[in-house]
Write a protein that binds this ligand. Sequence first.
Ligand code: KG4
Ligand code: ZN
Length: 348
Amino acid sequence: MIVLGIESSCDETSVSIINEEKILANLISSQDFHVNYGGVVPELSSRAHLQMVIPLLRKALSESNLTLKEIDIISATAGPGLIGALLVGLTFGKGLAYSLKKEFVPVNHIEGHIYSGFLMEEKPEFPYLCLVVSGGHTLLLLVKDFTTIYKLGSTIDDAAGEAFDKVSKMIGLGYPGGPKIQSEAERGNKNAIKFPIAQLKGKYDFSFSGVKTSVLRYLQQNYSDISNIPEDDIPDIAASFQYAVIKALSGKVEKAMKSNEIKSLSLVGGVAANRALRNSFEQLAKKYSNKLVIPDLQFCGDNAAMIAYRGCSLYKSGRRFQLSANAYPSLSQETFAKLVIPPAKRNK
Ligand code: KG4
Ligand code: ZN
């Protein structure tokens, strides 16, 4: 089954063609111009998607040595994301499917991330514990199969990626925050400054707005002009902040590993590109003898291969042409992960 995937939820336009699990093309065009504005400008993002989607489709077809006629299913991200940006890819995908008389399957972007481990040679085994860490979401999930996902916890305020982006801006590194903090952190001492992380009552919930405020307070207490922090001080601040976030994420994941029967552990989403976080997950998987699946970097950030893969698995579980599918900005508007059943206890 040949699936065309289209992703346009934020600042990456991506088109991919897969044959079941084999990736024939996965093209990603990042909208780097947002750097001039310190963050993503929604309207500019929509326009750039509009410019890029057709050239990327042409290139993906030529890389795969296929024609449009040979595509079986078309999938596009329907949400969550920037509504204008989503509409570009979704409407294009629906129009293409309608004109070609192909099946169309709308895909939830977060579900795309959740199953992105299946794009790897070593695949997750059900049930698996999945930490989704992206720019807009932080979710700890128990993935039972291709249709059942139990939500264990989520952030009550900022997403992990959002915290990276905001702190990056605060210390003058700018956009995109995650990779910039990571590279500064790699030259710094993670124990230099103690940034506290909120201990929430909700067993598996996260909160990152406190650590962001504690970085701001630290800057205000230590520098007369916080818009001009000495370059030499940045690595320690970045490393200490990154360490606090990783400790918070890994702590909750370990807790969930102790009390849930799982076969694998998976880390997905843009922040899963972070080397220190990947290392921390490697240690956790080793400690509890679980198989670990973290996608390659090209499948951590936003990409259409994960959308095509999820479209394919939904199609196989009965999802069919939905011309009426509309774009939605937030996760809560979808039927995603509504089933929350306390999983069986396991004592370790
Ligand atoms: O999944 P993604 O590409 O887009 C969303 O669905 O939001 O995630 C983007 C997020 C951004 O917040 C970005 O700063 C973060 O992923 N990110 C990183 C790294 N690379 C990207 N965060 C930490 N370390 C990285 N190396
Ligand atoms: Zn994403």
